[in-house]
Design a protein around this ligand. Structure first.
Ligand code: SF4
Ligand code: SF4
Length: 215
């Protein structure tokens, strides 16, 4: 899922400077899980905007705003309210914001910052384990991704700077190379780690990404 955090409210007000009427769109999936754009956060945002002189024309929590056809359909259903508004504020990731922007003509602003593709460990604990590099290499590392989880994205062993198992770049994070070593030891595949692997093919991660008809 996409991990988001809500933008600072003053920044939102600055974006909407000179515009009075606002319609709010939330997200029933990732932003609900992150508590940045679910029903509760949309209601709180409505209240806060009203207290700051904005007219909230309406709001809706779309199941997943990144599903573009669904988003268009829901906004069409709310056309009478959307037509009365100068601004749509989207409490979702950047993909959701852009889906909304492509469905309407008024100003569309992001209410959240998108942080990373995250695994959910438990409620409100999110970890980045994959950065969607375009060519997955974790078969060589016991199923653990050094591209994302090593601060230096090292592919041929640790940098040697780890202190007491923690990363030298950020001592609040474990050195992932210890986890890679332990895991490969358990699966009797340490011999694979002895091989020097070629540099990562970064051209595989083409951006903007595009998959058409599954290809
Ligand atoms: S190697 Fe690439 S695709 Fe595989 S987990 Fe790491 S970042 Fe994701
Ligand atoms: S200490 Fe470990 S995780 Fe941190 S940069 Fe070095 S090898 Fe990577």
């Amino acid at each position: 899922m996409i991990i988001t955090k809500q933008k600072n409210f003053d920044e939102l007000l600055r974006m909407m400077d000179g515009q009075r009427s606002v319609f709010i769109v939330g997200c029933g999936e990732c932003a609900t899980t992150c508590r940045t754009g679910g029903e509760k956060e949309v209601a709180e945002m409505s209240l806060k905007l009203a207290e700051n002189g904005k007219t909230v024309t309406g709001s809706v929590v779309i199941n997943a705003p990144c599903l573009e056809l669904d988003t268009r359909r829901v906004l069409r259903q709310n056309k009478n309210l959307v037509d009365k508004t100068e601004v749509i504020l989207v409490l979702a990731c950047g993909a959701g914001v852009q889906a909304v922007a492509e469905a309407v003509e008024c100003s569309v602003y992001p209410g959240c910052d998108s942080l990373f593709l995250g695994n959910v460990f438990r409620h409100l604990y999110f970890y980045e384990k994959c950065s969607t590099c375009g060519e997955c290499v974790i078969g060589s590392y016991g199923g653990i991704c050094p591209v994302t989880r090593c601060s230096k994205s090292l592919l041929n062993g640790p940098c040697g700077g780890s202190v007491k198992g923690m990363c030298e770049v950020d001592n609040k994070k474990e050195c992932i190379w210890i986890a890679i070593y332990d895991r490969m030891k358990k699966s009797n595949s340490l011999d694979k780690l002895a091989k020097v692997l070629p540099a990562k093919n970064h051209s595989a991660g083409t951006s903007p990404g595009r998959v058409i008809n599954g290809v």
